[in-house]
Design a protein around this ligand. Structure first.
Ligand SMILES: C[S@@+](CC[C@H](N)C(=O)[O-])C[C@H]1O[C@@H](n2cnc3c(N)ncnc32)[C@H](O)[C@@H]1O
Length: 202
């Protein structure tokens, strides 16, 4: 199944069919950058690097992962003027973070805008664990996921998101709205990693 998704995204990048690639960092992420001191960030499914560019401009160190080489190349062009050590671009699967070379955990901020909600159900648990393990205590995980809709295999209900991350992280807020680009409801989630480990992690 991952091959289908990989193929689909690869073809879309090759054809320039990326309606998500607005070139704008969402206000929800800008708010986080305004409210927290710069640290280390990881963008999962980083696409062409728009959010990474704004992280770097705000003084953050930014690592990004995407499984489409064309996306990584476009991100590389966008970030070329920043100091080489301030960012890392890694081509690979976000559900197998442990296998990827070049990432620099732990992170103060992990971001997923429209990536996780399209991964295979069988990989969901590994994906959530990979995030929680790489987040520094007190760190934030910002997730943007569309809700499921009849004409698409993509999407997570807020209940599914709660089930996936609820035993690993603490939900700080959720904000529901309509994604005008896809004409469907979607939610932002702000998850925090507790400063002290939960009893399950001890
Ligand atoms: C809807 S796009 C969003 C891109 C970017 N976050 C943005 O907001 O512009 C989803 C991105 O996730 C990437 N992606 C999807 N599944 C992935 C996976 N399993 N591993 C790595 N990247 C993945 C796709 O290649 C694509 O670039």
């Amino acid at each position: 199944m991952i091959e289908n998704r990989f193929q689909n995204f690869t073809e879309r990048y090759a054809q320039g069919d990326m309606p998500w690639d607005s070139g704008i960092t969402p206000p929800e992420i800008r708010d986080i950058l305004a409210e927290r001191p710069p640290g280390a960030a990881l963008d999962l499914g980083c696409g062409t690097g728009t959010v990474m560019r704004d992280l770097l401009l705000s003084g953050w160190r930014a690592d990004g992962v995407d499984f489409v080489q064309r996306a990584i190349d476009l991100a590389g062009d966008k970030l070329a003027s920043f100091p080489p050590n301030s960012y890392r671009l890694v081509c690979g699967d976000v559900t197998r973070l442990g296998r990827l070379r070049g990432l620099r955990p732990p992170y103060d901020l992990i971001i997923d805008i429209g990536c996780g909600h399209s991964i295979d159900k069988a990989d969901n648990a590994a994906y959530a664990r990979g995030i929680a393990e790489r987040l520094r205590p007190g760190g934030v995980f910002m997730l943007y996921a569309s809700h499921p809709r009849p004409d698409s295999s993509v999407g997570w209900t807020p209940k599914q998101v709660e089930r996936l991350f609820g035993s690993l992280l603490e939900l700080h807020w959720e904000q529901r709205g309509d994604d005008v680009a896809i004409g469907a409801p979607a939610s932002w989630y702000n998850w925090r990693k507790l400063l002290k480990p939960t009893r399950n992690e001890q």
